[in-house]
Design a protein around this ligand. Structure first.
Ligand SMILES: Nc1ncnc2c1ncn2[C@@H]1O[C@H](COP(=O)(O)OP(=O)(O)OP(=O)(O)O)[C@@H](O)[C@H]1O
Ligand SMILES: [Mg+2]
Length: 260
């Protein structure tokens, strides 16, 4: 698919003719088919679509959490498809940061320990990375909450810890599945702003699944899925302001619904 980042910076992620079928006894569920797109370095892509349209399935394939039944995914020059278990685990650990709807923090660890966890799991010496951890705590505004455990943090704060944890390995891409799905309007905006800032200030590539039209306006591009296929795309222009972006997203959703 065309996008304005094309030819300016290399692609971080490429999906080629990606498909996923689930066998349910006699029945074959085609969750995704013929998905073709690329994401450039530093690009922020939102994925929207009705429930069951294949958004989470797509994110799982892009992140090597599941294997496609057709096509392939290339991440930072490495084909994820057909890698062995060990290699795929390493690729996930070092090249991908995940953010989930329900934060998935370890309850016995402090905010700081949760953020450092991906480094520790990768056998890195945490002390060497202290400046990076401090910078991320500052970025997400939690320097004074670093010793709090998840149940001593608000929902918005927990998601900010989860975002810092995803950023700590400087992954090739962050994949977020409904990161604002469990947050109120104010906390949702704070998370989307942080994702935008990570993109602008750290050149962090982002792919974010969202149901929320307002959240999608923070992206550079919105891809619309329906019945497992890419049906539409919006490429925002830099100077476009939120209200104009929002009406473009809402219009795209309405046109899609009207054509059903
Ligand atoms: N493990 C599975 N086995 C069988 N079918 C599955 C499996 N996982 C997903 N599906 C089916 O694939 C389709 C896409 O599911 P997916 O979870 O990707 O949708 P989604 O767009 O993320 O929906 P939501 O917005 O509700 O999260 C659905 O029809 C779903 O029922
Ligand atoms: Mg989903």
């Amino acid at each position: 698919m065309e996008n304005r980042f094309k030819n300016q910076v290399p692609n971080v992620l490429e999906a080629r003719n990606l498909g996923k079928k689930y066998q349910m006894g006699e029945l074959i569920v085609e969750a995704l088919s013929g998905i073709d797109f690329e994401v450039a370095s530093g690009e922020f892509v939102a994925i929207m679509g009705p429930s069951g349209s294949g958004k989470s399935t797509l994110l799982h394939l892009l992140g090597g959490l599941d294997q496609p039944t057709e096509g392939e995914v290339t991440l930072a020059g490495q084909r994820l498809t057909h890698l062995g278990d060990k290699q795929i685990t390493l690729a996930r650990r070092r090249k991908i940061g995940f953010v989930f709807q329900f934060f998935n923090l370890l309850p016995t660890m402090t905010a700081e320990e949760n953020i450092a966890l991906p480094l520790v799991i990768d056998g890195k010496d945490k002390r060497r990375y202290q400046p990076r951890i401090d910078a991320l705590l500052a970025l997400v505004g939690l320097t004074d909450r670093r010793r709090h455990k998840p149940d001593q943090l608000s929902a918005g704060e927990q998601q900010r810890v989860a975002l810092a944890r995803a950023l700590v390995t400087e992954p090739a891409v962050i994949l977020a599945d409904e990161p604002t799905g469990n947050l109120d309007t104010k906390n949702s905006a704070a998370i989307m702003e942080l994702l935008r800032r990570s993109c602008n200030e750290l050149n962090q590539t982002m792919i974010v699944v969202t149901h929320d039209a307002l959240a999608a306006t923070y992206a550079d591009r919105v891809i619309f899925l329906k019945d497992g296929e890419i049906r539409n795309q919006i490429d925002f222009q830099k100077p476009q302001l939120m209200p104009e972006r929002l009406s473009m997203v809402i219009k795209a959703i309405e046109i899609k619904e009207a054509s059903d």
